[in-house]
Design a protein around this ligand. Structure first.
Ligand code: ATP
Ligand code: MG
Length: 245
């Protein structure tokens, strides 16, 4: 997954769908994910994500989670979602922030890491477990992995006792936090897997992703910004579960 330059080439099947969704608006590429999906920003204030349908999450599931979470915490407003053939899309209202991995913030990792850690804590504090209709617990994730034909090692079938159940983001890696011009977290995006789970399921991924985005040495700063002390057993377990699923 990478930030794209505005002149990045776009596959023909994506650009045909983009033309239709953008209407008359201009659109520039913003982001490419690992399964070939591309996100664009339109010049009339929308963000259009188009990608192949996949088994793990769907953009329809993401739109349901965005609509639910929007009652409690800043996330993009859904404009429309749909699917046809082998592709699906999600159109949201653009928020006035940059990804925590925008070059502006990669140059200032201490600020970005703090924003991601504080943002994750605020998300967990804001979303109510009681009444959350979505699950991201270990059993659910293992079932989903099995349905995708993944062979998760037996050692990961027994999870550590939950520390604290919260509504997890489900993909808490740094790019999914938007940061304002003052370096504070602004909102979260990419909620396709949001659901109830132990908070360390998110903390482990957020901490691990600092290394991919800012280099080694930022994990403890992220966990400190979240406001807990590192829990080596749960960090190791949820890191492995992420990597195996
Ligand atoms: N409504 C929005 N307003 C501003 N920026 C947005 C918005 N939605 C998405 N973005 C930006 O576009 C990027 C890609 O969006 P998103 O994370 O939903 O796509 P994805 O392809 O599912 O990502 P991943 O590679 O993590 O799977 C985000 O990291 C964020 O920087
Ligand atoms: Mg993302």
């Amino acid at each position: 997954m990478t930030l794209l330059p505005p002149d990045a080439p776009v596959p023909p099947d994506v650009s045909a769908r983009l033309r239709r969704l953008a209407g008359g608006a201009g659109a520039t590429p913003l982001w490419r994910n690992t399964i070939g999906g591309v996100t664009f920003r339109t010049d009339d204030g929308r963000v259009v994500k188009i990608g192949p349908r996949n088994l793990e999450t769907s953009m329809r599931a993401e739109s349901e989670r965005l609509r639910w979470a929007a009652r409690y915490t800043p996330v993009p407003e859904v404009i429309e979602t749909g699917e046809d053939g082998d592709a699906e899309w999600l159109v949201t209202r653009a928020l006035p922030g940059r990804s925590a991995v925008d070059p502006r913030w990669v140059e200032e990792p201490a600020t970005a890491v703090r924003a991601v850690g504080e943002g994750l804590r605020a998300l967990h504090d804001a979303l109510p477990v009681a009444g959350c209709p979505f699950d991201w617990g270990v059993e659910h994730r293992l079932r989903t992995a099995a349905a995708r034909g993944l062979d998760v090692p037996a050692s990961l079938h027994a999870a550590p006792e939950p520390d604290l159940l919260v509504v997890c983001h489900g993909d808490a890696c740094c790019p999914n936090t938007l940061v304002d011009d003052d370096g504070r977290w602004l909102a979260h995006v990419d909620l396709g897997a949001l659901g109830v789970a132990d908070r360390w399921a998110d903390i482990a991924v957020a901490a691990m992703s600092t290394e991919w985005n800012y280099g080694p040495g930022w994990e403890d700063a992220l966990i400190a910004a979240y406001g807990v002390t590192p829990d080596p057993e749960r960090l190791a377990y949820y890191r492995s579960l992420w990597n195996e699923t």
